[in-house]
Write a protein that binds this ligand. Structure first.
Ligand code: EPU
Length: 418
C-alpha cells in the first residue's frame, strides 16, 4: 500500500494547477447513460473514483475510451445490464448516480444499497422518494434497490426534505427523460449541479433554474450526444490555496473559479491570510500571523463540508480558539485524532471541534481515513517540523490527481513510497 513521506517546513513557490472536478465528472459520466449517442467529456480528472465509475458504465454496456488528448468518449448504444453491483457500490457511494438515468432510459434500475461510510450513514432515501414521485415502483430486497417504470417516468413536483447534491443530480437526470414537467424544490445549488444541467442541456434536455433551489425540467423523448468540458475542482483548488497559506508561501493556484469557493476565501481573509483572486486564479502571499476564525459547514454557497478538514488543519497553526461546526455529515472529524498525534490541540464536542492554536506541529506517522481527512493530513505535514509518513494514501488517490507531483513541483518535499 502506498504511503506519502513528507518533510515539512519548506516554502512553496510558483503555480499549482487545478484539475477538473471529480464531483462534476461523476454525474456527467452517469448522464452518458441517457443517450445512445457518444458523449465527449474534456477535463475529466484521472482519479480512482472516476476509474470506478467507468467500470460501472462498462458493466452497464457503455463503450469507454480515453482519447489521445486526454478526453473521454462514452457511448452507451445499448444498456445491457441496468445495474450497479455491490462490488462497485461498496467502493464508491456515488455509484447510486446511475439509478435515475438507468430507470429513465430502460424502465428498470437495480442498485446495491450503499452501506455506511467513514464520514456518516449517508442513506439514499431521498433519491428513492424522488423516483417514486416520478412514478417508479421501488422495492428493496437482498441488499438491492430495484426501481421499475415499465411505461416510463412521469414528471411531478419533488420536494427534497433535506438538500442533497447527488440526489438533485440523480433526479434531474431522471426527469430529463420523463413525460411532462418536473419541479425539484429545495434542490442543491452546488456548481456541480449547474455543470450537469449545462451538459444535459447540450444533450437536448430542457432545464431551468439550476443553481437555484427550484429547478424545472420539461421532459423530452430522447437525448443526443454532446461535447462538454468539466468545471475546475473547487475542493482541490481550495485545498491548494490552503497549502499556500499554511506554508506561508507565495503561490498561484491556477485554472480555477474562485467564485465557486468564495466562502473559503472570505474565511481565509478573516484569518488574516493575504489572498488575491482573479477570474481564474488565486494567489497567496506570506503574512506574519494567522488568527483563529470559526467555521460552520453548510450547503453551497456556504462553507463546503469538503473543505472543513483542510481548514481545521490550518486553524491548528493560527492564534486563538476556533470553533469548527460540521452540519452536513455526522462523523467527519476522523482527521482530528491524527492531527492530535502531530501535536494539535483539538477537542471534539458533538458536531463541533474546538481548536486551540497555535500548535507547533511535528511530523509523525499518521493514517488517512477518508479523502478530505487525508488532504488535511497532507497540509499539516507540509508545515510540521520533520518527517511525516501518511499511511493509506489510496484515500487521497480517490479524488486528487497527482497531488504529490503538483506540490513537489512547487517546492514541497513529498514523495510516494511503497
Ligand atoms: N442524505 C440523506 N438522504 C439522502 C441523501 C442525503 O439523509 O437520500 C443526507 C446525507 O447523509 C448528508 C446530507 O444529506 O448528511 C447531504 O448529503 P448529500 O446527498 O448532499 O451528499 P452526497 O450527494 O452523497 C456529495 C459529494 C460529497 C460532498 C457532499 C456534500 C459527490 C459525488 N459527493 O455527496 O463529496 O461531501 O455532496 O457537499 O458529489 C468528497 O468529494 O469528498 C465528498 C464526500
Amino acid at each position: 500500500m502506498d504511503k506519502f513521506r513528507i518533510t515539512g517546513r519548506e516554502t512553496l513557490s510558483g503555480e499549482l494547477p487545478v484539475s477538473g472536478s471529480k464531483n462534476s465528472a461523476l454525474p456527467a459520466l452517469a448522464a452518458c447513460l441517457l443517450t445512445e449517442e457518444p458523449v465527449i467529456l474534456h477535463r475529466v480528472p484521472r482519479v480512482k473514483d472516476i476509474g470506478t465509475m467507468l467500470k460501472l458504465l462498462e458493466h452497464n454496456g457503455a463503450i469507454v475510451e480515453w482519447l489521445e488528448d486526454g478526453s473521454l468518449r462514452i457511448e452507451a448504444k445499448k444498456i445491457v445490464n441496468p445495474e450497479a453491483p455491490y462490488e462497485i457500490v461498496k467502493t464508491m457511494r456515488a455509484s447510486s448516480l446511475v439509478l435515475g438515468p438507468l430507470a429513465a432510459r430502460t424502465g428498470v434500475a437495480r442498485v446495491s444499497v450503499p452501506g455506511g461510510c467513514s464520514i456518516g450513514a449517508r442513506p439514499i432515501n431521498l433519491h428513492i422518494n424522488g423516483l417514486e414521485h416520478l412514478g417508479a415502483t421501488v422495492q428493496q430486497e437482498h441488499g438491492y434497490i430495484e426501481a421499475t417504470a415499465p411505461d416510463g417516468l412521469l414528471g411531478n413536483t419533488v420536494h427534497f426534505e433535506r438538500i442533497t447534491v447527488t440526489g438533485t443530480e440523480d433526479l434531474m437526470m431522471a426527469a430529463a427523460l420523463a413525460r411532462g414537467k418536473t419541479v425539484l424544490e429545495n434542490a442543491a445549488r452546488e456548481p456541480e449541479v449547474v455543470d450537469l444541467a449545462e451538459l444535459l442541456t447540450k444533450m437536448g434536455a430542457r432545464i431551468q433554474g439550476a443553481g437555484s433551489s427550484r429547478i424545472e425540467i420539461e421532459g423530452v423523448e430522447r437525448l443526443r450526444g454532446a461535447e462538454h468540458t468539466i468545471i475546475a475542482d473547487r475542493i482541490e483548488a481550495g485545498t491548494l490555496v490552503i497549502a499556500g497559506v499554511i506554508t506561508n508561501s507565495e503561490v498561484t493556484v491556477t485554472g480555477c473559479v474562485p467564485e465557486h469557493f468564495a466562502a473559503l476565501i472570505s474565511k481565509l481573509r478573516r484569518a488574516g491570510a493575504r489572498v488575491e483572486e482573479s477570474a481564474t486564479a488565486v494567489r497567496t502571499t506570506p503574512v506574519t500571523r494567522l488568527r483563529s476564525v470559526d467555521v460552520t459547514t453548510e450547503e453551497h454557497p456556504g462553507f463546503a463540508t469538503d473543505l472543513q478538514a483542510q481548514f481545521l488543519a490550518l486553524m491548528t497553526v493560527a492564534t486563538g480558539i476556533s470553533f469548527i461546526t460540521e452540519n452536513i455529515f455526522e462523523n467527519r472529524f476522523m482527521h482530528v485524532p491524527e492531527l492530535a498525534r502531530m501535536g494539535a490541540n483539538i477537542r471534539i464536542e458533538g458536531r463541533q471541534a474546538i481548536v486551540a492554536g497555535p500548535s507547533s506541529l511535528t511530523g509523525a506517522q499518521v493514517m488517512c481515513s477518508d479523502l478530505r481527512a487525508s488532504a488535511s493530513l497532507v497540509l499539516a505535514a507540509l508545515v510540521a517540523r520533520g518527517e511525516s509518513i501518511l499511511d493509506r494514501v489510496y484515500h487521497v488517490d480517490r479524488g486528487y490527481e497527482r497531488i504529490e507531483d503538483k506540490l513537489r513541483q512547487a517546492g514541497a518535499r513529498i514523495e510516494r513510497i511503497d
